[in-house]
Design a protein around this ligand. Structure first.
Ligand code: GUN
Length: 284
């Protein structure tokens, strides 16, 4: 295996395995798993993400139901739709694509999703399940995908120093908990951290999820580190780039994820995994 972690290939392999598991579910239950995807407005990045999620559903054999709602959609409409999907026995997963338009409050909307159908793992109940190591919960997709990428390198995390840069609820906090679950010694850095480089230089595993292009340069990385880049930014030429200066850091890293083709494809594979998990529990 090369030092560049091929997220696309690992995601494709995972989806191939999922295809069989989904087929088995569909045969035994008499229907396919079903994911409802709600998007409000027409944010260009969200449109791409939603299209990719729906395509992945088709690939693995999950039924998708897309609700593409107008930018002007009122909160009450969204609340009613979520309540209806919560009640619908044949809907296994519900996902509200973020960000929502400014007049809608994600903090109010996301908690309305039944935690058993919250395939994004964003609800308090599912974050709590992760914190308490309760495996029945649905965990956040991007951190789940990152763990798969790290474990694909064969590294034993026990006792290793894992440094997470970024403290978001969607990535930074949950990936720190997952690394801790794997017995790593975990440090979380953020915008207020003094001397970020001094901390990142001690990382055996470095996960960067900030959204700032080229935040991590070669001088901030230890020789032989595993580097996971969660950032999706545009460089000066408009090309996609991560939070890590890939050209500079790659020679020092033992393993590194590219952008695109690293973490991104894994998020979608884990969404499919979570939808199947939710579907299995829904029919129990
Ligand atoms: N927007 C960007 N990434 C995500 C994600 O993983 N889930 C949802 N719901 N919205 C997003």
């Amino acid at each position: 295996m090369g030092k560049i972690i091929d997220g696309k290939a690992i995601s494709n392999a995972l989806q191939e395995r999922l295809k069989e598991q989904v087929a088995y579910f569909s045969m035994t239950v008499g229907r396919k798993p079903k994911l409802a995807v709600i998007m409000v407005g027409d944010d260009p990045a969200s449109q791409v993400y939603v299209r990719n999620k729906i395509r992945a559903c088709e690939t693995v054999g999950i039924t998708s139901e897309a609700y593409k709602l107008a930018e002007s959609t009122e909160s009450s409409y969204l609340e009613t739709l979520i309540a209806k999907l919560n009640e619908d026995r044949d809907t296994d997963g519900i996902l509200v694509q973020l960000p929502l338009p400014a007049h809608l409050n994600a903090k109010k909307i996301i908690p309305l999703i039944d935690p058993k159908k919250d395939v994004d793992g964003f609800s308090a109940a599912n974050i709590g399940a992760l914190l308490l190591d309760d495996k029945s919960g649905l965990y956040s997709c991007t951190p789940l995908g990152i763990m798969q990428l790290i474990l694909s390198t064969g590294i034993n995390l026990t006792g290793k120093h894992a440094v997470v840069v970024g403290r978001s609820n969607e990535v930074g906090k949950p990936i720190a908990l997952m690394l801790l679950q794997h017995n790593a010694t975990v440090t979380i850095c953020h915008s207020k951290t003094e001397d970020l480089a001094a901390v990142t230089r001690t990382a055996d595993v470095l996960v960067v999820a900030v959204g700032k292009k080229h935040l991590i340069t070669a001088d901030m990385v230890k020789e032989g580190a595993v580097v996971i880049d969660v950032g999706i930014n545009r460089d000066d030429e408009g090309k996609l780039c991560g939070d890590v200066d890939f050209a500079g850091v790659e020679p020092k890293a033992s393993y590194i994820t590219p952008v695109p083709g690293g973490v991104g494809p894994m998020t979608i594979a884990m969404l499919m995994t979570n939808t199947l998990k939710a579907a299995k529990r829904n029919v129990q």
